[in-house]
Design a protein around this ligand. Structure first.
Ligand SMILES: Cc1cc2nc3c(=O)[nH]c(=O)nc-3n(C[C@H](O)[C@H](O)[C@H](O)COP(=O)(O)OP(=O)(O)OC[C@H]3O[C@@H](n4cnc5c(N)ncnc54)[C@H](O)[C@@H]3O)c2cc1C
Length: 416
């Protein structure tokens, strides 16, 4: 169903406190954080894809405890959890395709409080629907479908042009337009990164045997292969292959795909069938050299795109949301101009170390395991027991690598 686009003429109505480019997961969560804390703030969001329309994203995201706290504080977790599956156990193996026995590399026991799951698997379609609904309830102004094409600093505002020709003015422009962020380029912000030459195949599978809340990640020679539990006898797959092989598997016939799947999954889950279309996501690392400019901030994947090997990309984005919203709200309450560079730099300082740490860990892990070179394999085998006792690596998998000190309020489940 076509949605009404909010397009007001060039007037006072088009002056906003904050405009967010990108109504993805990070952009919407950011809008909710601001509107929940300061309801009178005028916040608009623009996206070529309307988040209020049904989404085609077949992924599900592992949301760590801090992300769950943030969604709870924003009043959306109770609605999300209805479709979510707790991950009760996680097993990481180092093996080869078709191995009957897979050497266990990492097991997780006691890394979280007793009775607390490691994470919840939340379907991305559920997440975006609930975030957009809550945005509408809070009076968020949608410019969707539309896209930001240009912006210029015109103190004390950024003046934005949308593809429809609408012009907006805002005290702060937040770019949450994803890993290929056009706004980051327009702001002249450089990135560091590379492609992994791998793509992730994503789909939902149905199986005859229950998963018992267990998540598996097999480090196979072509890349990590994760089977992540969803409600019922269903699981979400994130299967990394070299780019060309991934394309062949996604576009090829379903029978061959299922055969390849069975070679990798084995008998653990019984009979398998596809329960969603297959999708393919190219994988790379891309970190912005700066996160802020005057009246401009990068958020989520626009600031940092990482490998999904540990399911931490969006969790990083939610940590950005918590830090940036706290910086903005505190400044606004003190009567300061929150678009000023020195205010925004507090956000950058807060987020830089955690982001770089996660990028490096995921990069090393992917390089170390996405190959079958004999000496590397031997080194991995020798190191197995040691690594299982490495708390840093385990914490990365459960999204708590940043530690709990100095956490923004929303990550602790506290309102701003
Ligand atoms: C296979 C896979 C599995 C993953 N699994 C996990 C997981 O389990 N846990 C986890 O934490 N993370 C996971 N991630 C990472 C996670 O999906 C991303 O970090 C997350 O989607 C980033 O959200 P975002 O809102 O920053 O960007 P996006 O979701 O990319 O949203 C960007 C939005 O910006 C819009 N846009 C683009 N250009 C413009 C413009 N010019 N103007 C306005 N809007 C624009 C786009 O339409 C889009 O809606 C996974 C990633 C992959 C690829």
């Amino acid at each position: 169903m076509a949605r009404k686009t909010t397009t007001t003429s060039k007037s006072q109505n088009n002056i906003f406190d904050v405009v967010i480019a990108g109504a993805g997961y990070a952009g919407l969560a950011m809008a909710l954080a601001l509107k929940s804390a300061l309801p009178s703030l005028r916040v608009a969001i623009a996206d070529p894809r309307d988040p209020r329309a049904p989404s085609n994203d077949q992924r599900a995201s592992a949301i760590a405890a801090s992300g769950r706290n943030l969604f709870t504080a924003l009043g959306v977790w109770d609605d999300m959890v209805v479709d979510a599956q707790p991950i009760e156990e996680m097993i990481v193996t180092d093996s080869q395709t078709g191995n009957a026995v897979r050497p266990v590399f990492l097991t997780f026991e006691g890394e979280t409080e007793s009775g607390e799951p490691f994470a919840h698997m939340v379907p991305n379609q559920t997440m975006v629907r609930i975030l957009a609904q809550r945005g509408e309830e809070l009076g968020l102004e949608f410019f969707c479908p539309d896209r930001v094409t240009h912006f210029t600093l015109d103190e004390p505002f950024q003046t934005l042009k949308l593809a429809s020709g609408v012009e907006l003015k805002t005290k702060l422009l937040i770019a949450a337009d994803g890993v290929r962020s056009a706004l980051r380029n327009l702001a002249g912000i450089q990135t560091v990164g590379w492609s992994y030459g791998q793509s992730a195949i994503v789909c939902t599978i149905a199986h005859s045997e229950p998963h018992h809340g267990k998540a598996w990640e097999h480090f196979l020679p072509a890349g990590p292969f994760a089977i992540l539990p969803l409600p019922g006898n269903r699981s979400s797959l994130v299967w990394s292959e070299k780019d060309a092989d991934a394309q062949r598997l996604v576009n090829g016939d379903e029978f061959t795909f299922r055969m390849e799947l069975e070679r990798r999954i084995g008998n653990e889950l019984g009979d398998l069938s596809l329960d969603s279309p297959r999708q393919c996501f190219p994988l790379g690392l891309k970190i912005a050299r700066d996160f802020v400019r005057p009246r401009f901030a990068l958020l989520g994947d626009a600031a940092h795109g990482i490998h999904p090997i540990a399911g931490q990309g969006l969790n990083l984005g939610l940590r950005d949301v918590a830090a940036l919203s706290e910086v903005i709200v505190e400044a606004a309450r003190l009567g300061q101009d929150f678009g000023q560079l020195d205010v925004l730099q507090n956000y950058e300082r807060w987020r830089r170390a955690d982001t770089v740490q996660m990028a490096i860990l995921t990069d090393i892990l992917n390089r170390m395991f996405s190959n079958d070179i004999a000496p590397v394999r031997l080194a991995r085998t020798i190191g197995l027991g040691l690594v299982d006792r490495m708390p840093g690596l385990k914490k990365m998998f459960i999204g708590e690598a940043a530690g709990s000190k100095d956490q923004p309020r929303l990550l602790q489940g506290l309102a701003l």
